[in-house]
Design a protein around this ligand. Sequence first.
Ligand code: GDP
Length: 452
Amino acid sequence: MNKDTIAAICTPPGKGGVGIVRVSGLLALTSLQRVTSISNLHSNSSRLATLRDDQGNVIDQALVMYFQSPKSFTGEDIVEFHCHGSPVVLDQLLQTLVQLNIRLARPGEFSERAFLNGKIDLAQAEAVADLISSSNLNAAQSALRSLQGVFSTKIQTILNALINLRVFVEAALDFPEEEISVLDKNQIQQQSQNIIVQLQDVLKNAQHGKVLNEGLHILILGEPNVGKSSLFNALMQEDRAIVTHHPGTTRDVLTESINIAGFPIRLVDTAGIRESDNEIEQEGIRRATQLIEQADCIFLVLDINTTHDMPVTINIWLKKYPKINKDKLLVIGNKIDLLPEFENQKKSADVPIIYISAQKKIGLDCIENAIHNMFQVVDETSTFTARRRHLDALTKTVRIFEKGYHYYDNYGLLELLAEDLNQAHRALGEITGEFTSDELLGKIFSEFCIGK
Ligand code: GDP
């Protein structure tokens, strides 16, 4: 249990009907007694009280609540002062509390304590922040499901399966290879395949959850002058990017948030990725290359008037930038208005191509449909929010586990499977906080708001 008692204003800054100050820790109940003279408040109950500073001056008339450890959000004693929502009153109350040896809470410190005291796991703590910052109903409901443990339970189920398999493998390791029965081998095979299916399933859901939570990151790529900025503007329906017929005008990376097909989207327009001697241009290119890795979807814009063979051009891009994942790629053939007869010659390739005119706003609905098909989930009610770090941990777990299983399945290398199971367990445990560095914890909680 943490020695410091902490306090913070939990309600948003500014004036309001109610302003809440929350106190958590060993001195919480003492603070209640000192500020209100109430000495007999039961846990989970509230009372109207007059709050006074250490000189006896009245601060406010407020509703006070007490939650006794361990049955509180943080697991510690918690007292809440529900005052009138005046910044002056709340400030005065905080100052009084500070004089009682209570210190001001850091951002996210209440949630951090809830995590450290085992009240919630790390994914749930993150869901608290995601719920607060959710920008649409879908995202809010998904965050709530994560907070209620839907995501954590799925992870915990896989963790348990990994642990069971580990126990089995470790036990089998004590016997020479020839003594591992066929039954045992089948068992390992079956359990492993089961784990892989579960991991893939949760990864797919988490990918959707991440999109709901952080939005979809769409990157617009293409040679200069193909119409990237025009497409960006057409989608944005405003003139943020400078559209010009001189190659290489969009030197900076423009980012804008919009909604397409019901998804919150961060649309990123980059300088064309191409070699150049120009320093500013090269900086744009470097940043765009980095963005390829972070994007959920890449729009590769080609000018159909200057692109003679679409499939060949697409392959050149894919070869040149191996970081482009084909599954994330949407090729956009632009400027169809200049070639009216082109309608009959639309080419297909092994990646989807959408033909549009950014300038005349033709075919934009096809982009919307494509996004919808790429990222829709069948069952919206079972989604939960996830973050990029969860996806990274899941992807890492899948990679490690599949490698270990491959070596076992093909070469009978049980030791390698045991080692990879160990590593996969650690990677997956990062999601719930079972294995997480202090540095990462600090980073996660510092992004919370004060009072949460
Ligand atoms: P970027 O360099 O790829 O961002 O290209 P821009 O969006 O700046 O467009 C380059 C030029 O192509 C501008 O003169 C645009 O007006 C023009 N352009 C863009 N889209 C279309 C289109 O669909 N049809 C036609 N005819 N011209 C377009």
